[in-house]
Design a protein around this ligand. Structure first.
Ligand code: PEP
Length: 249
């Protein structure tokens, strides 16, 4: 059985005091759930978050990492640094990293390799732009993003991968893929993985949907058979909204 996951990507939001306050609120209100719940604060607040959540089932994850072991990479953070403070999962390939920080499929493949080499779990994000969908190229684009970053892996490595399909046109825009559009793409992704690897890998990988998930639409999106949860941006910054979304799973 694959895991259900609800993860909050806090991006460059919340200073240390705000981080503490939100984590305490989330811990106090967290419902009993079978889903794995994760939050991704900014780098400087990761250690504080790990300490704050010591007694909580909520997992703290990182928004990014560099592929090198260590060295002259000003402003960057390595897998070992994350592991040393108790972070075992990292988001790789978020569309904002691709769009604003020039992260190509080739760079992302290196990051995935580095994280898996340290036995970290990777939440790999991908998704088409609006023009791709309008021109009917969305399936082709998604397939090539997956192929370029993940299809060189051994089948065994997939137990450490979580996929997050995030159509770029739905991120932070208030425009969500319809539950049917999400299901259609998730089924395509699972089928593509089945063809590239095998049906066990495809059936066991969790595929999250991300893009303007809110309390009002979460339940319907999560009800689709190939949607195993969500990666949540804006709505994860408000405890009651994030809790409502977790309750939708
Ligand atoms: C995201 O950035 O991963 C995301 C899904 O953002 P939002 O929920 O705000 O669209």
């Amino acid at each position: 059985m694959r895991s259900k996951i609800v993860a909050g990507n806090w991006k460059m939001n919340k200073n240390i005091n705000q981080t503490e306050a939100l984590l305490s609120d989330l811990s106090a209100k967290l419902p009993d759930t079978d889903a794995e719940v994760m939050v991704a604060p900014t780098f400087v607040n990761l250690l504080g978050a790990v300490e704050n959540l010591e007694a909580s089932p909520i997992e703290v994850i990182a928004q990014n990492m560099h592929f090198a072991e260590s060295g002259a990479f000003t402003g960057e953070v390595s897998a070992d640094m994350l592991l040393a403070i108790g972070i075992n999962t990292v988001i790789i390939g978020h569309s904002e990293r691709r769009a604003y920080f020039g992260e190509t499929d080739e760079i992302l493949a290196k990051k995935v390799k580095a994280a898996l080499g340290k036995n970290m779990r990777v939440m790999f994000c991908f998704g088409e732009e609006l023009e791709d969908r309008k021109s009917g190229n969305h399936f082709k684009v998604v397939k090539s993003q997956l192929k370029n970053a993940l299809f060189h892996l051994d089948a065994g490595a997939w137990s450490q991968i979580v996929l997050a399909y995030e159509p770029v046109w739905a991120i932070g825009t208030g425009e969500t893929a319809s539950p049917e559009q999400a299901q259609e793409m998730h089924a395509f992704i699972r089928n593509t993985i089945s063809e590239a690897f095998n049906s066990t890998v495809a059936n066991e990988v969790s595929i999250l949907y991300g893009g303007s998930v809110k309390p009002a639409n979460a339940k319907e999106i999560f009800s689709k058979p190939d949607v195993d949860g969500g990666l949540i941006g804006g709505a994860s910054l408000v405890a009651d909204d994030f809790i409502a979304i977790i309750n939708g799973i």
